[in-house]
Design a protein around this ligand. Structure first.
Ligand code: CA
Ligand code: CA
Ligand code: CA
Ligand code: CA
Length: 311
């Protein structure tokens, strides 16, 4: 999963990209683009893509190709992807707001179907197959065209990967909106999944690779990923005996570590931090801050979320 290595953007003001100019003694310094301006520009591209493409969905229950998608330029009579916006039936195009870098991203995602079993939290591990492309605008004379370039796919995932540390931010925001399927026995003893969640996400580069790009993605490229969520694995990040998804107090499927001030320029109220010490419950070994670790309290049967209750 090298290509999905999570990276930290240190800060708008301090991160600079260096590139050597022809004169080897001088170094050209390219400042990181402004997040809001870049997002505004990419939002136009993404919406143009949604307005000019339609989607074909393979319906083949039990087959590996089930919920495969093909996205192509709109023909006469075909509904655009945008035409699914806020539909009450599937497929439906939805949006998720993400507040990072001091701005609000509103990320589009198309839900082909939700899935039938469990939703991962944004810090669990998942088994996902996917196919990824990036969008690029090319200008030739007066003509500007939007092109799509395929760069990577994984059809038969063999292992879980972490939504917490192994993927770009867009993934950890959208995958939890879906549910896993049911595992059954396929051919030759292989595991086959049915009823899994499937969708397509449209990620602005600020929630992708931004200025860095990756080996196969240029910098500042919005990404389009189709995916299928087969299975999940619950994790206990602080090892306190309470699984991290159960340390999501407001039960919205997401827990965040707002101490990372390079991403969170404004620190929102953290609903998932019982003792309000800034350490979210999923990383806090003493959730209620009473001096007794959660593990000790679980063993003693006291309320580990109530400081007045302890061994
Ligand atoms: Ca939460
Ligand atoms: Ca805490
Ligand atoms: Ca904890
Ligand atoms: Ca405690």
């Amino acid at each position: 999963m090298n290509k999905f290595k999570f990276y930290f953007i240190l800060s708008i003001t301090t991160v600079l990209l260096f590139s050597c100019s022809k004169d080897s003694d001088s170094v050209e310094v390219i400042p990181l683009r402004d997040y809001q301006e870049q997002y505004d520009a990419e939002k136009i591209l993404i919406e143009e893509y949604l307005n000019t493409n339609y989607i074909n969905i393979t319906e083949a229950p039990g087959d590996q190709t089930d919920q495969d998608v093909e996205i192509t330029k709109v023909d006469n009579g075909k509904g655009t992807i945008m035409s699914y916006l806020n539909k009450t039936t599937f497929p439906k195009l939805l949006q998720r707001e993400v507040q990072v870098h001091g701005i609000t991203y509103s990320m589009y995602y198309l839900m082909l179907r939700e899935g039938t079993k469990d939703s991962p939290s944004n810090v669990d591990n998942v088994l996902v197959s996917y196919s990824g492309s990036y969008l690029k605008e090319a200008t030739e004379g007066d003509l500007t065209t939007l092109s799509t370039t395929f760069f990577e796919q994984l059809k038969f995932p063999q292992s879980m990967f972490s939504l917490y540390s192994g993927v770009i931010r867009g993934w950890s925001e959208i995958i939890p909106k879906f549910k896993t399927g049911t595992a059954g026995e396929g051919e030759n003893g292989a595991v086959s999944y049915s009823g899994f969640g499937a969708g397509v996400m449209f990620i602005p580069s600020g929630l992708g690779y931004y200025s860095q790009g990756s080996t196969s993605v240029p910098s500042y490229a919005p990404l389009v990923f189709s995916f299928k969520l087969y299975a999940l694995q619950r994790l206990d990040h602080d090892g306190d005996g309470v699984l991290s998804y159960l340390e999501d107090l407001n039960n919205d499927g997401y827990v965040y570590d707002y101490r990372n001030t390079s991403i969170y320029l404004v620190v929102p109220d953290n609903f998932d931090d019982t003792d309000k010490d800034g350490i979210p419950n999923f990383l806090d070994i003493d959730d209620d801050g009473d001096g007794f670790t959660t593990a000790v309290e679980v063993a003693a049967g006291t309320n580990y979320l109530d400081a007045s209750s302890h061994p």
